[in-house]
Write a protein that binds this ligand. Structure first.
Ligand SMILES: [Zn+2]
Length: 83
């Protein structure tokens, strides 16, 4: 069975993490729970939908970021929690 990750709620439910990197050099893990609090579980996490909504903590601009979706570690913890 394959899972499809289409929304922020899917990311949370399946322990997927989103790594974001801005053109200014700032990068880090998106706080999915915080993003859900702001935008709701139904917010699409596809790059074309999500990146336009994210403001960079570093330079304060929107729309300059790239993102990568990461599945969980083999033990089920989110990739954003480290090794
Ligand atoms: Zn930036």
């Amino acid at each position: 069975m394959s899972i499809s990750i289409a929304t922020l709620g899917d990311c949370l439910d399946h322990a997927h993490s989103i790594h974001i990197r801005c053109g200014c050099g700032k990068q880090g893990w998106l706080d999915v729970e915080r993003a859900i609090a702001a935008a709701g579980r139904a917010q699409s996490c596809l790059a074309g939908d999500l990146l336009t909504k994210l403001r960079c903590d570093g330079c304060g601009r929107k729309g300059r970021m790239d993102m990568t979706l990461h599945g969980p570690h083999p033990d089920g913890r989110p990739a954003s929690e480290g090794t």
